[in-house]
Design a protein around this ligand. Structure first.
Ligand code: MG
Length: 311
């Protein structure tokens, strides 16, 4: 199941991505196709859907099985060609900063050492920073921010969407707190990142957090620590790895992040990037207007963004 947030000439709402079509769940709801006793907000707002608990997801699953896979048919206007709508970030405006894990793939740690000098050992604790909600964008444009940065870089990462509130979550229970998974491109202005000591400024420019194109519910992802992860720049593969190579797996990240700090439904976590980023290449590769960046994770899809001078 692939859940999206989309808009056309009407306001943003939640859809089910089915091949080349987006099923408009609000429209299906309006004619009673999703049952009556779930708040209509659930079909308009991904955060409301996540917070509503498992019932809404079960109804979407029934719709997918009966109408789409079972050969039933949706009414006219309920399934829209994907090219006729605009996909937004699945959660267009997160309530909090996006939690981000740095240095979580050993080969990426090693490539960084060529620039920053050697670390004595691999990280024993999570490296954590955040990106503000204003950085989040869907499969739209990444602004080049010329005049602000000359060193805009890409980082494909598995994104975790939290589904349940929790604090001090034991590692063995941590995956039960996941609503689903998405793709995040942790766009990084390397010059600002190193200039300001903390990484926050260089990681937080507007449009520097592409998320999407969809959220896949956790139950539909087999082993989250065995997913192919790849990034292509203008068609050329720059990063290629497997989520099994994470130093801290998703369950450890959730558990450690939740120590003394409540995680809430809709919270987003970017789980770190593998090797192949632009700044560590010789010569370095940075994003330029006109570039096309495709971040792909097995079982989720392709998050495609163009780099642009202006929106
Ligand atoms: Mg990163």
């Amino acid at each position: 199941m692939k859940l999206v947030t989309f808009e056309d000439d009407r306001s943003a709402r939640v859809g089910l991505l089915s091949g080349e079509r987006v099923v408009d769940l609000s429209a299906v709801h309006e004619r009673g196709g999703l049952g009556g006793d779930v708040s209509p907000d659930v079909w308009q707002d991904m955060l409301a859907l996540i917070e509503s608990g498992p019932e809404a997801l079960a109804r979407i699953r029934r719709l997918e099985r009966d109408e789409l896979l079972g050969g039933g048919h949706l009414r006219p206007g309920e399934a829209l060609p994907v090219e006729s709508v605009r996909l937004l970030a699945p959660i267009p405006r997160p309530r909090k900063n996006v939690f981000c894990i740095g240095l979580n793939y050993a080969d990426h740690v090693r490539e960084g050492e060529r620039i920053t000098g050697p670390l004595s050992e691999l990280p024993r604790h999570l490296t954590i920073f955040t990106k503000p909600p204003t950085a989040v964008v869907g499969p739209g444009d990444i602004l080049a921010h010329r005049g602000v940065t000359d060193a805009l870089d890409y980082e494909v990462e598995l994104g975790v969407v939290i589904g349940r509130r929790g604090i001090n979550i034991p590692e063995e229970d941590a995956l039960d707190y996941v609503f689903g998974y998405t793709i995040i491109n942790d766009i990084s202005a390397r010059d600002l990142q190193s200039r300001h000591g903390q990484w926050f400024k260089g990681k937080s420019l507007d449009t520097s957090c592409p998320v999407g194109p969809c959220i896949v519910p956790a139950a539909d992802i087999g082993d989250v620590q065995n997913l192919a992860i790849e990034l292509r720049l203008n068609g050329r593969t720059m990063q290629r790895a497997n989520t099994g190579q994470m130093i801290f797996p998703v369950a450890a990240i959730i558990s450690q992040l939740s120590l003394g700090m409540t995680l809430e439904p809709g919270d987003l976590i970017a789980t770190g990037t593998p090797a192949g980023v632009g700044f560590a290449r010789q010569p370095p590769v940075f994003l330029r207007p006109g570039d096309v960046v495709e971040a792909e994770i097995e079982g989720i899809g392709v998050l495609r963004n163009r780099v642009a001078d202006s929106p």
